[in-house]
Structure formats: C-alpha cells, structure tokens
Ligand binder design. Structure first.
Ligand code: FAD
Length: 450
C-alpha cells in the first residue's frame, strides 16, 4: 500500500496501542502521542497492580494483531464467580460449561507494555511524555507539550484513544457539538491488595473472580500472575453507612471489613494503609451523539463511550472498536467515509454494552446469592443444553461470543422474560412445565449465527 497520509493517534493506552499495531501492520504510517512516560522505563500507574478481565471479544482483537500469545503468557484463568456470602462458605458459580468458556485476568501494565512493543514492532512511532494540548483543525496542526517541550505539528487525521477525559474530544467539541453527556454513578471504588501467601502462593482460589455481594455495595478480587489479588470495594460515595463518606479512614475500613468481609480481613495486611493511600475512583457512563468530525478526527474506546466496569467489557469493547476502525481504513479511503461507517457500526453496540454494564452492577452486588437468581441461572444452563445455539445464556453471549452487543442485549431481554415466566412461584425446577417452556423458547428465539 502506498497511501502517503499519516494517521496520528492520541493516547498509547490499551486502545491506542492496539489500533497502532493493526494500522501499521496494514501499511499505514502511524504516529502515537502519549502524555505519560514510557512504562518500560518508568513502571506503570504508580507501581500498583491493577487487573482487567479479558474476554473472547478482546482476545479475538489481540489475535488479529498477533499480540495474543504475549498477553496470554501473563493471564490467569477465571472459571467463574467465587461468591462469598455473609457468614457462609464460598461457592463457585461457573461462567460457562467448561474451561473453554472462561475469562482471563490480565495485569493492565503488562498488557500495555506487550501492546506498545507490538505497535513498535509493526512500525508505528510512539512519542512518550507528549501530551496533546490543543488542535487547530482549520490549519491541520496540533500543539503537543512535554517536559521542556512545546511543539506544533501538522496532522492528516487524528484518532482519539485518550480515554474518558479525552482532550481531543474537548477540542472537537469546540468545532461541533458532539452531544456529550456523562451520567455519574453515585457509587465509587477503592483498590486494595491481597499479597502472596507464605512461600509465594496465592492466598485464595486463583482461578476465579471473587465476589462479596452485600446488597448496596460489594467487594471483588481478581488474581494477578505475580500471585497477588487486586481487591476493589464498590460502594456509594454518600449516604448512610456504609459509604465512602461514613467509612472515611483506615480504622473505619477495618471495622467495615470485620463486620461484612470477615474472611477477607486476614488476607489484606495493609488494609488501613491501602484504604487511606489509594484514591476513591469515580465511575460514570459517557454518551456522545457523534464520534467524528468529518475526516479530521474520530474517537474510540473510553474517549467515545466510557462505561461502568461491572461487565468487565470496557477494554474488550475498545479492542473491538480498534478492529472495526482498522477494517474501515482501506488504502485510499476518504477518512470521513471510514469514520462515518465506523461510528454507524459501533455506536449501537457501545450503547448496548453501556446499558448491560449498568444492569450487571445490581446483579453482582445484590442478586448473585439470591434464590430466584440461582434458580433462573440453573434453568438457563438447562435451556442451553435443550436448545443449543438458540438459548445462549446472557453472560456467554457477552463474554464468550462475538455477536454484536446490541444483539446480545435484545436476546437477553427476551430470555429474561422466558426465565421469569417459567420460574414464577416455583421453589425448584422440578415443577417446570417443559412443554410450554420449550414452545416459548422456539417461538421467541431464532438460532444465533455467530
Ligand atoms: P485508557 O486505557 O484510559 O488509555 C488512554 C491513554 O491516553 C492513557 O495512556 C493516557 O495517559 C493517554 N492520554 C490521556 N490524555 C492524553 C493527552 N491529552 N495526550 C496524550 N495522551 C493522553 N475493562 C475490561 O474490559 N475489563 C475489566 O475487567 C475492566 N475493569 C475495570 C475496572 C475499573 C475500576 C475501571 C475504572 C475500568 C475497567 N475496565 C475494564 C475498563 C477499561 O479500563 C477501559 O475501558 C480501557 O482502559 C479503555 O482503554 P482506552 O485505551 O480507551 O483508554
């Protein structure tokens, strides 16, 4: 290919580096500007281990870039949710049928480094310590700042992979109203750490995503390959106990954990210190009506559609965006046409996963250990066996398949109705009316083509 134009990507986070790799592999000249230092030299995110759940959608995108092997060397398999009830024994709820249906815990910093190296190996040029400050769209130039560095550079087109607080999005908004609105969740999060046990072993079951559901709040823990777990406490910012306003220091955090997450207390030796030192994160959903400014700029990943993390799909969705955009950028294409087609394809799917992510918070913190939920979940698995390819559990459609999120959402809503009708008033599945239920499934659901 000999398209002389350069694609300039803002942000060498997860989406920026994967997109740079895909485009450089397809022959584009790619420049990437990242405000942080090179994590290969400076470490990542203040040295804390933060991990992410990688599912089939994200893994498939990594395969397209040939980056999957490097990433999977550091991944820890999560077979399901290990639910820790208050005062009860932890129980594993499998996500899928067997070990072919699992998700993976990945260290964010290590993943970013693998992708930075993939982008460079593919021929992209990465500039670290270079922050996009301003854009003059009329002149086709941008201002980039760094330590002792202030430069104006020309660009052909800009791609905003600069995350939820995107500077590029703010500069695009000066040219055209993108219809931006953010709905902040009234809950936030705090990260804590479970270090390795004696002899360097995992302290609790490593191949699971641990959840302590407590109604209006919850804790989760994901394993890291260095045998630690990142624990995240999600709870309201304000309001009655417990909230971040009422649990406002280390001793208060210890008291909360002793009362509500007692089995986790001996696992987190630095509980007070972690609680006081680590910031309380904000969570929100970013909605935009437009993702691009004709052919001059386009947004993707969190810059276009940040979401709450409860389905573990923000990065997975961002990675799908990268493949979709790279596929639209054929040699010689008009950028405006490619961006319009990309946005038309991805906006309904981003909206669908944003919605499902909000719904999943209630499921995780409140429903996973209630009777109706468990009954419906058991029925879901039986229906999957009775109607293979037609009744596919919600979690499987989102996490193990690549059908568009919008299709997964529409089918999940139909399935939820089927499950609710079939289990209404039942204490167990023994009394299910299978003939009526099978007819309901066949009437409402067509077979899925993945
Ligand atoms: P980012 O990863 O935010 O990268 C943006 C990059 O742009 C950064 O490197 C930043 O330094 C750079 N940048 C910003 N401004 C500028 C500028 N002006 N100039 C140059 N560079 C700039 N997703 C999952 O799939 N699974 C999970 O389990 C999961 N868990 C999560 C848990 C939490 C608590 C949170 C908050 C999110 C979680 N996510 C998860 C979501 C996931 O983190 C994001 O969706 C993902 O990081 C988006 O990637 P991105 O590249 O679009 O943005």
């Amino acid at each position: 290919m000999s398209d002389p134009r350069t694609i300039t990507i803002i942000g060498a986070g997860l989406a920026g580096t994967l997109l740079a790799t895909l485009l450089a592999q397809r022959g584009w000249t790619v420049e990437v500007f990242e405000r942080r230092g090179d994590p290969r030299m400076h470490g990542y995110a203040g040295g804390r281990s933060i991990n992410l759940a990688l599912a089939e959608r994200g893994l498939h995108a990594l395969r397209q870039a040939g980056a999957d092997l490097g990433v999977m060397q550091q991944a820890v398999m999560m077979r399901g949710r290990m639910v820790h009830p208050l005062g009860g024994t932890p129980e594993l709820q499998r996500y899928g049928r067997d070990d072919s249906e699992v998700i993976w815990s990945i260290n964010r910093g290590e993943l970013n480094i693998v992708l930075i190296e993939a982008a460079e190996a593919a021929g992209a040029t990465l500039h670290f310590d270079r922050r996009l400050e301003d854009v003059d769209f009329a002149a086709g130039t941008m201002r980039v700042l760094g330590e002792g560095h202030d430069e104006r550079r020309a660009f052909d087109t800009l791609v905003g992979a600069d995350g939820a607080g995107s500077t590029l999005r703010a500069r695009m908004m000066r040219m055209q109203d993108l219809g931006e609105r953010t709905e902040w969740l009234d809950h936030g999060y705090k990260e804590l750490e479970i270090p390795p046990g004696p002899g360097g072993a995992f302290r609790i079951e490593p191949n699971a995503l641990h959840i302590w559901p407590r109604g209006h709040y919850m804790c989760i823990a994901l394993p890291n390959d260095e045998r630690t777990f990142t624990v995240t406490l999600f709870m309201p910012h304000e309001g009655p106990y417990p909230s971040f306003a009422t649990v406002d220091d280390g001793p208060a955090a210890r008291a909360l954990f002793e009362a509500q997450f007692a089995d986790a207390v001996p696992l987190i030796p630095m509980l007070e210190e972690d609680y006081e030192r680590n910031p309380t994160g904000m969570l929100g959903t970013l909605y935009l009506d437009r993702w691009h400014l004709d052919g001059r700029a386009v947004l993707l990943g969190d810059a276009a559609h940040a979401m709450v993390p409860f389905h573990g799909q923000g990065m997975n969705c961002a990675f799908e965006d990268c493949v979709a955009l790279a596929d639209r950028l054929a040699p010689g294409v008009e950028f405006a046409d490619a961006y319009a087609a990309f946005a038309a394809e991805r906006m309904p799917d981003a909206a669908a996963i944003q919605h499902m992510a909000l719904e999943n918070y209630i499921e995780m913190r409140d429903r996973v250990d209630d009777h109706d939920y468990r009954l419906q979940r058991a029925l879901e698995l039986l229906l999957q066996e009775r109607h293979p390819g037609r009744f596919v559990p919600h979690y499987a459609m989102v996490s193990f398949m690549r059908i568009p999120y919008s299709v997964a959402l529409a089918r999940s809503e139909l399935q939820r109705g089927i499950l609710a009708r079939a289990t209404a008033g039942l204490a167990s599945l023994d009394a299910v009316d299978w003939a009526a239920l099978d007819a309901d499934v066949r009437a409402r659901l067509t077979p899925i083509a993945d």
